[in-house]
Design a protein around this ligand. Structure first.
Ligand code: CA
Length: 230
């Protein structure tokens, strides 16, 4: 099996070389770049499995770069590193396509655990079903493709996983805890705001594809329900 490839985008030489060494010893194929321009070149050339992206880069705004990287490699996992603790920036980065974030300073063991969890979960969620559908939405889980009325919708990895769980349980309430555990891993200890950000993005993408009714109902204090009938 080919080892997973990780692109590290970090201008801090100390952190960058530490990450390269640590991830390399952990068995990943690592490429380290220090600028946004080099990051875009590397994603286009190599199509990494995971991008570890520092938001504070010298040449390009981290959130903009995140959006660009997401567009170039739709299936890759993107984890952003931020020195800034502002929740707003994290939310913006998640909305720009990031799957997860870590705040500096972070512990290497924690970083490795998170990256492994993301890469492990990447291929298929849920593994039990090859296809799930509700109303006009149909998901081919093994191919990780989503359709509304026969038209394909481009979804980010977490959006796909989230929709797969909701559609798989269509007509019934799914708790936030279950969604966080199934889509983000039981070891998630960040803000659950990321769940709401992903639901908003899903609603937007489904309506862009002509789904006129919002079928994802918010259940205050509980979670979400995907409606069978509009
Ligand atoms: Ca930096």
């Amino acid at each position: 099996m080919t080892p997973d490839s990780i692109l590290v985008v970090e201008d801090d030489v100390v952190i960058g070389s530490e990450l390269r060494t640590a991830l390399g010893s952990a068995g990943f194929r690592v490429t380290w770049v220090q600028t946004g321009a080099d990051a875009l070149e590397a994603t286009a050339a190599d199509g990494p499995d995971l991008v570890l992206l520092d938001l504070g880069l010298p040449d390009i705004d981290g959130v903009l770069l995140c959006r660009e990287v997401r567009a170039q490699v739709p299936a890759a996992v993107i984890v952003v590193l931020t020195a800034r603790t502002a929740e707003f920036e994290v939310v913006v980065a998640l909305d720009a396509g990031a799957d997860d974030y870590l705040t500096k300073p972070f512990r290497l063991a924690e970083l490795l655990a998170r990256l492994r969890a993301h890469l492990r979960r990447r291929p298929s969620v849920p593994e039990s079903a090859a296809a799930v559908s509700a109303g006009r939405v149909r998901l081919n889980v093994s191919a990780r493709r989503a359709y509304v009325g026969g038209q394909e919708v481009a979804l980010r990895p977490k959006e796909f996983d989230l929709l797969a769980v909701l559609v798989g349980a269509a007509g019934t309430a799914v708790s936030r805890d279950r969604l966080m555990a199934e889509v983000w891993d039981e070891h998630w200890f960040g803000s659950t705001k990321t769940l709401d950000v992903h639901v908003s993005a899903l609603r937007r993408k489904l309506s862009d594809r002509g789904e006129s009714d919002d079928r994802i109902t918010t259940l205050r204090g509980h979670g979400y329900r995907y409606e069978l009938e509009g």
